[in-house]
Structure formats: structure tokens, C-alpha cells
Design a protein around this ligand. Structure first.
Ligand code: IPM
Ligand code: MN
Length: 363
């Protein structure tokens, strides 16, 4: 017998989290297993109960040393969603999700915006060829670092600060990643978005780094929109965009706008990536507690997220098989109600897993 190539086996840490995160993760795992089986690959899945229940039970959010354990024992991390009304401070979500983004230094938040069927966009007279781009959101700095404080809390003289951190290294690596992605995928345009007309220090750095890095990619057209104008352009003329690169806060906002252009959060996947290192994959949507356990949430974003993860792991044929299944389901109306279909969460997962098994994986 020939020993399996080590790249034929992957160890995945699965964190279903809270609310519908649990529902969609069941379906994502179903499709993940179907894709691996179809490709003759081996998976080792390990589930972690990090989330609101665990936090409320024993106070654990992200256990001590979790990032080292994950780096040592796993090839990638899959997350469903985090957030629970019983934890209004969102402490566990911040510790787990933002904690892993920071501790694993996952500086690329990759959020594709791809229209699968023109019926799904709220924009008039736009079809699949008009909305096909990717947002790279800086994921380790900016307003998200948690620097700041509150002084005289609860008094009329209260003061709150929230620092916006932009480092040359941080800005440069995300802008460079955007250009490298464009080059690798033979794309011709990169758009950087900031607010340098108002944020004269932090985003002046973005301007200067952008001007420097773009010189190394002369074959790629570089454009810039201030973020307010960017949101208008995304609605007015989305076809102009191929790659958008922006800071953490703006990336959070424009990726939700992008999601709505292609059918909503039910079709918005994401990867939190550090090239060459352990990375984490999660749908963009939250835990939608009121729909939890009701078999109504759309698992497609989680399943498209599986495809991004497979691609990152180098299992590109399996990733394509998963994306093809989602596309087919959308075209055939095998969807949940948010996309106009009659199916429940489980039925969509079953249909997609079955499609992947029947179609197999291209070799
Ligand atoms: C996202 C989410 C998170 C973020 C929240 C839950 C902290 O909105 O992944 O876009 O702002 O990054
Ligand atoms: Mn968000």
C-alpha cells in the first residue's frame, strides 16, 4: 500500500459557537465531509465548545494557551458564529473571535462578494458579470485593537477614547496581499479605500504606503476612493471593482454592504488568513439567536466558507466542488426562505452534500 501523502490529511478545529452558528456548522461539516470523501482525502475534525454556554458555566472564553494548541495540533479552524443575548457585554465573542484574529495574527480578512444569480441582487439591471469582487479587510489593527478607556464613567463629565492604530508594517502587508492576490488571479485592478481627507495621520500612512507598494505592480491599475464615496460606487457601478483593500473598521462595513448586493448575509463567507500559517474561517453573519435551532437559517455562507478553507488548505478541486454545488442550488432554487426557496437549513445541507457526492471532484 502507498502511504497517503501528508497533504491528503487535514486536521480541522471546529468551533460551532452560539445560536445559528451551531445550526450552520452542522451543515458545513456535512458538506466538508462529502467533499473530502469525494476527493479521496482524510479529515480529522475536533469540536470545541467555546461559546456562551461554556462561558456562563465556568467563565471560560478562549482557554489559556488555546492559540498555541491550535497552531500545534491543527491545519485550520472553522467557526460558526459567536454572540448570545445572555452575554450582553459580548465578552466571550470578543475573546474568542477577535482574540484568535489577534493572537494568530490573521491579518487578512478575505470577503468575496460574488453574485451567483441576478435575481438575488437588489440592484436594478445588474447581473452576475457586474458584481464579482473581493474585499480585503485589515484584521489586526485599526479601531479594533481595544486601546482606549473611559474616564468618569456614568457621570455627566464622562469621556471615552478608542484609539485607531495603524502601523507601517500592518498597512503594508494587507495592501501587498491585495496586489499579490490580484497578480496571482490575473486581475487588473486594485482599489484602496480610506478616509485620508479627514483622518490626516492614520490614513495619511495608508496613502503613502499605497503609493509605494503600487509601484511594484505596474501591470495592475491602482485606484482610490474615500470610503464614503466607495459605498456610493459599490451601489452605482459595482462592476468597476475587482479587489478592494481597506482598514479594519471600514472593511467591516463595506463587506456587509457587499453581502447585501449579492443576496444578503446568507451568501457571505469569509477567511481570516495569515498566509502560510494557521488560519480561521467563518461566515460573515452573526449568531441570530432568535432563529437558533429552528431549521430556518441559511447554511450557504458557512458552506461557502468551507470552500475558502479548502482552497486555503490546497484542496482546490474540493473547494471548486463545494462552490459548484452552492451555485447549482441557487440556480435550482434549493435554498432557504431568505433566498426565496422552500427548504430548511438541514435540507439545504443535505442537498449540497448529496450534490458534491454525486458530482464528485475534478482531478
Ligand atoms: C464581523 C463581525 C465582527 C467584527 C463582530 C462580531 C465583532 O461583525 O466579523 O464582521 O466586527 O469584526
Ligand atoms: Mn461585521
Amino acid at each position: 500500500m502507498i502511504a497517503a501523502n501528508s497533504s491528503d490529511k487535514k486536521r480541522i478545529a471546529v468551533i460551532p459557537g452560539d445560536g445559528i452558528g451551531i445550526d450552520v456548522t452542522v451543515e458545513a461539516v456535512k458538506v466538508l465531509k462529502a467533499a473530502a470523501a469525494a476527493g479521496g482525502k482524510t479529515l480529522e475534525l475536533t469540536e470545541f465548545d467555546w461559546g456562551a454556554d461554556r462561558y456562563l458555566k465556568d467563565g471560560t472564553t478562549l482557554p489559556e494557551g488555546a492559540e498555541d494548541m491550535l497552531r500545534r495540533d491543527f491545519d485550520s479552524v472553522f467557526v460558526g458564529a459567536l454572540g448570545d443575548p445572555r452575554v450582553p457585554s459580548m465578552k466571550h465573542a470578543a475573546d474568542i473571535l477577535l482574540g484568535l484574529r489577534f493572537k494568530l495574527d490573521l491579518y487578512v480578512n478575505s470577503r468575496p462578494v460574488v453574485l451567483l444569480d441576478k435575481r438575488l441582487t437588489p440592484l436594478r439591471d445588474r447581473d452576475e458579470k457586474d458584481i464579482h469582487f473581493i474585499v480585503f479587510r485589515e484584521n489586526t489593527e485599526g479601531l479594533y485593537v481595544g486601546m482606549g478607556g473611559i474616564f468618569k464613567k456614568g457621570t455627566p463629565d464622562e469621556l471615552a477614547t478608542q484609539e485607531d492604530i495603524n502601523t507601517r508594517k500592518g498597512v503594508e502587508r494587507i495592501i501587498r496581499y491585495a496586489y499579490e492576490y490580484a497578480r496571482k488571479h490575473k486581475l487588473t485592478k486594485v482599489c484602496m479605500s480610506d478616509k485620508s481627507n479627514a483622518l490626516r495621520f492614520g490614513h495619511d500612512l495608508w496613502q503613502r504606503v499605497f503609493a509605494e507598494v503600487q509601484k511594484e505592480y505596474p501591470e495592475i491599475e491602482s485606484n482610490h476612493w474615500y470610503v464614503d464615496a466607495l459605498t456610493m460606487q459599490m451601489v452605482k457601478n459595482p462592476a468597476q471593482f475587482q479587489v478592494i483593500v481597506t482598514c479594519n473598521m471600514f472593511g467591516d462595513i463595506v463587506s456587509d454592504l457587499g453581502a447585501q448586493l449579492v443576496g444578503g448575509l446568507g451568501l457571505a463567507p469569509s477567511g481570516n488568513i495569515h498566509p502560510g500559517k494557521l488560519s480561521m474561517f467563518e461566515p460573515v453573519h452573526g449568531s441570530a439567536p432568535k432563529y437558533a435551532g429552528k431549521n430556518v437559517s441559511n447554511p450557504m455562507a458557512a458552506i461557502q466558507t468551507v470552500a475558502i478553507m479548502l482552497d486555503h488548505l490546497g484542496w482546490t478541486a474540493e473547494a471548486d466542488a463545494v462552490n459548484n454545488a452552492v451555485r447549482a442550488a441557487v440556480h435550482e432554487g434549493k435554498t432557504t426562505r431568505d433566498l426565496g426557496g422552500p427548504l430548511g437549513t438541514r435540507e439545504v445541507g443535505d442537498w449540497l452534500a448529496d450534490y458534491v457526492s454525486k458530482q464528485g471532484v475534478a482531478r
